[in-house]
Design a protein around this ligand. Sequence first.
Ligand SMILES: Nc1nc2c(ncn2[C@@H]2O[C@H](COP(=O)(O)OP(=O)(O)OP(=O)(O)O)[C@@H](O)[C@H]2O)c(=O)[nH]1
Ligand SMILES: [Mg+2]
Length: 252
Amino acid sequence: MRKIQLTLIQIDNYGPWTVTPKPRREAELQSLQAELFAELEKQFSARKGLVFPTRFDNMMAVTNGISLEEHRSILQAVNKKFPVTVSMSIGTGPTPYEAQVQATLSLQHAGSSRSAGRKGVLVGACVGSSDEDWVQIAHMDVNHSALITDSEPIYDTHTLLQKTHLALISSLLRRKALVFYTGGDNFMAASNGIGAQELADVFSEVKRELGVELKAGVGAARTAELAAALASDGLHEIRKDLVKEHIVYKVG
Ligand SMILES: Nc1nc2c(ncn2[C@@H]2O[C@H](COP(=O)(O)OP(=O)(O)OP(=O)(O)O)[C@@H](O)[C@H]2O)c(=O)[nH]1
Ligand SMILES: [Mg+2]
């Protein structure tokens, strides 16, 4: 069975750390979170993975093809570099939702997010055999968002994009896909198993609810790097009017 592999990356004992010995300045925490995310993105993308910042203290990476040993070397490199450590947990499943459930359960089993005793652990299991590795990523984007950016107050535009994010989350969660905001008017979904018609239905729901029109390139391949690249290529073709559809699938 084809499976997506997700890695949950969680900062160890972060809540207590942020207030020890007294509440740390927010600017320090924001810088740390951004730098930690950037380092993880560099490390995982060097091995064809893709990390989403998610909530920054908990990040989600698509890691098909990245072994337990490679995870361990990333973990060691990152944990040497920062004043906090992270733990990682790998989960797999036919859908992204199930994969993150597996990853979460393994990490929760290894100890609390607020435990000083859990430090830099690596748990969970990778996809068993490489011919089972499968990642589908949808790169979704709002049509003509620059028109809104250039005419409405920026906070109103931001709010509309966040509502769009939430509408995509709700609709895609029912289909066991996970949506991540990637900045600007862009969203990426780990969407194994979702076909073009189903995605078109999702976009219709969002349009009915918010009046926002979306388009998407969808890539499917053995690694996150290739799936995301194919997705972005598909989106580029739609933008350039090279195709008439507003959803383009590409299989690597
Ligand atoms: N993360 C990410 N952000 C992007 C990408 N392309 C554009 N953006 C961001 O999205 C914003 C809007 O860009 P566009 O989507 O090209 O603008 P638009 O007016 O919506 O144009 P169309 O989508 O072609 O209708 C840009 O300012 C960037 O911040 C991308 O591939 N990835
Ligand atoms: Mg756009």
